[in-house]
Design a protein around this ligand. Structure first.
Ligand SMILES: *Cc1c(COP(=O)(O)O)cnc(C)c1O
Length: 405
């Protein structure tokens, strides 16, 4: 046992007593990870099919990212943006080249990237588009997930995320996801942006109809509305492309990345811009003590590098299609739908089955960790370094659990 002398039950007891109860984790205490695997304090091995909500696309404790982190931590970790550091410029250059962007705003958490985008598109609206001050509107989608800050939960449609946290900042309008006509109808002269996930992740891996992203791109361009794609979960290889927007050949004006931008080592996020929007920021108007710090930049550079060099994006496309086929082959009257793109996969159960959580518990016993999203859906999103043999191993167990009487 590696957690000192403490028994796992003691650790759970202390968490329960001393921690805020804002999560309901599966009953497993992890202590080590490598590639697609994690180990609990009793030495049991699991295939990680959540990958920290797609933050460890590169696999747990990737050796090259680890080495970069150690090397940079020995040299310099934080300067604040009061001074320059020698990792920021190369990070900008590499992330811009890779994503075809022309400006970057580095932040830490995903929610901060979203908040930053909201601030920037409002400012752009007032200073460039000519919207009257204080009147800017941002259109978002039902069933969205963009994080947990006040502004963001204020435009969530999940009652649990909002309840008793108000009052919320105004200026957001909610339309159905996947409905381009609804976007067009909702736009007014004061609309500054449309904020959307290319595939709704926390919403249950909801894939919009073919052509949706192209249609919203065209509508936003025609109405001079900024298109903001939240690729914090879908981006960086998860769906089998570097960015999910590439599936329809579109480019957002602002693209938000986070999670796997560090391969799970450190909170690193960024707003990527192909347009003038980030250009509205002047010194002193926005910032973050840790944003753009040398440790974060060094880690992100290597995290992006290994994603490309080690073929993880292509692997997500190939093995994602293979995994999806395998899931679709499972014959069970409990299953309502199987869907996915790349290694962002989901099995949805009929409501009368009584929730997806029970299957997550049983799969844990079989050596697979995954998490229900909403009541009735399990997401399967392993690290992108998974092999065909490991997918076969997982499918055999998933099939056994889902077809058990
Ligand atoms: C996880 C997530 C966020 C929030 O990221 P945090 O780092 O948890 O703040 C925002 N948008 C999407 C689509 C996400 O999946």
């Amino acid at each position: 046992m590696t957690a000192g002398t403490m028994h796992p039950d003691d650790l759970l007891g202390i968490e329960d007593e001393l921690g805020a109860h804002n999560y309901k984790p599966l009953n497993v205490v992890l202590t080590r990870g490598e590639g697609v695997y994690v180990w609990d304090v009793d030495g049991n091995r699991y295939l990680d099919c959540l990958a920290a909500y797609s933050a460890v696309n590169q696999g747990h404790c990737h050796p090259k990212i680890y080495q970069t982190m150690i090397d940079q931590a020995k040299r310099l970790t934080l300067t604040s943006r009061a001074f320059h550091n020698d990792q920021l410029a190369p990070f900008y250059q590499e992330v811009c080249k890779l994503t075809n962007s022309s400006k970057v705003l580095p932040m830490n958490s995903g929610a901060e990237a979203v908040e930053s985008a909201v601030k920037c598109v409002r400012k752009w609206g007032y200073e460039v588009k000519g919207v009257p001050d204080g009147e800017a509107e941002i259109i978002v989608c039902q069933n969205n997930f963009h994080g947990r800050t006040l502004a963001i939960v204020g435009f969530s449609t999940d009652p649990i995320a909002r309840r008793h946290f108000g009052p919320f900042p105004p200026g957001f309008k909610v339309i159905p996801f996947g409905d381009a006509a609804a976007l067009e109808a909702a736009i007014t002269p004061n609309t500054v942006a449309f904020l959307v996930e290319p595939i709704q992740g926390e919403g249950g891996v909801i894939i919009p109809p073919d052509g949706y992203l192209r249609a919203v791109r065209e509508i936003c361009t025609r109405h001079n509305v900024t298109l903001v794609m939240d690729e914090i979960q879908t981006g960086l290889g998860r769906t089998g492309k570097l960015l999910a927007e590439e599936h329809e050949g579109v480019e957002a004006d602002l693209t938000l990345v986070g999670k796997a931008l560090s391969g799970g080592f450190y909170p690193v996020s960024a707003v990527l811009s192909t347009s003038e929007v980030l250009g509205v920021l002047q010194p002193g108007e926005h910032g973050s003590t840790f944003g753009g710090n040398p440790l974060a930049c060094a880690i992100a550079r290597t995290a992006l590098k290994v994603l490309v060099e080690e073929g993880m994006i292509d692997n997500a496309a190939t093995l994602g299609a293979y995994f999806l086929d395998g899931l679709r082959g499972i014959r069970s009257n409990k299953i309502r739908d199987v869907r996915g793109r790349g290694l962002m996969l989901a099995v949805e159960f009929h409501p009368e089955v009584g929730g997806a959580r029970q299957f997550c518990e049983t799969l844990k016993g079989e050596g697979i960790l995954c998490k229900e999203t909403h009541e009735d859906t399990i997401r399967f999103a392993p690290p992108l370094v998974i092999t065909r043999d490991q997918v076969d191993w997982a499918l055999e167990r998933i099939q056994r659990v889902l077809t058990r009487a």
